[in-house]
Design a protein around this ligand. Sequence first.
Ligand SMILES: [Zn+2]
Ligand SMILES: [Zn+2]
Length: 343
Amino acid sequence: MASGVMSAAVLKAPGKPLEIECRPRPVPGPGQALIRVRAAGLCHTDLHLADGSVITPPLPLVLGHEIAGEVAEAGSGAGCAVGDRVLAYYYQGCGRCTWCANGSENLCREPAAKVGFDTDGGLCEYYLAGAGSLVGIADTVSFEEAAVLGCSGTTAVRVVRSVARTAPGESLVVIGAGGVGLAVVQVAVADGAHVIAVDPHAPSREQARRYGAHAVIDPGAADPVAAVGTASADEGCDVVVDTVGNEYTVGQAVRMTRTRGRVVLVGYTGRPAPLDVLDVVVRETEIRGSVGATLADARTAMGMAAAGLLRGCVEARYPLVQVNQALTRLATGEVTGRLVVTP
Ligand SMILES: [Zn+2]
Ligand SMILES: [Zn+2]
């Protein structure tokens, strides 16, 4: 668009549809790059942001934290070139605190930006990125897959490697085979774990199988805790990753683990999720949360994608003007993997 303007999908009020607005096309300054957005992924976090129920964003806000495209213009010292294919990573720590210093900028208390959460994101034609947040995308990986892996894949890398610290040969159950769950399946399989995926949605279970899950369980057809016990043929599994976090799954996650097993909580609903403390006590279960990911995780995820070990599951693509249809579809809970907007 040579006219110096662009379209953006803007959240102006909680619970209201996003509005497509004409905005000035940004101009990159030193250390910045202007990205022609080719794909912007949507996830349940966007639904939480849009309805304001769990997360309250500053308004107006351009949503979109899963951003892939090509460099359209590079500011001085940006260290990238026009045409470079890049993922723009969304989480930018302050760079000064102890969390940022030890490479855990996802825990930074005063991040410089959480793009698409508190700073305008990628549901637009051109996105202005700090060059330090860019991660290269291999030619063999599509913009759509890179975009969704920018959230789901990075989160999965962090969960499996840094939080669960999954070892080869361990058994890992993932509750929920949505975008993050399907990425957890792939990272855990790549790391040599025996993987069981639990999801009530048949197409998601089939996709988990295609990504290498050794067993899948329909929690609507059988008690998932008993089914995991049967499938793991043991006292329970080593690791459970709960990507759902509802009133049933957290308690199930603990009961699926063996003694001194690990539970990683990564999904949330905003509602309380009861837990029988005795279940935790008698197993000496280790329970940890996992939030977001780091730039290093983004580099790992893009590296795994380049190596063919991690695919982004994209059910459908929507033009920017249909972003609200995409959000409505996502809210049905029946999407296999993720949806992307292609501005
Ligand atoms: Zn996301
Ligand atoms: Zn910090």
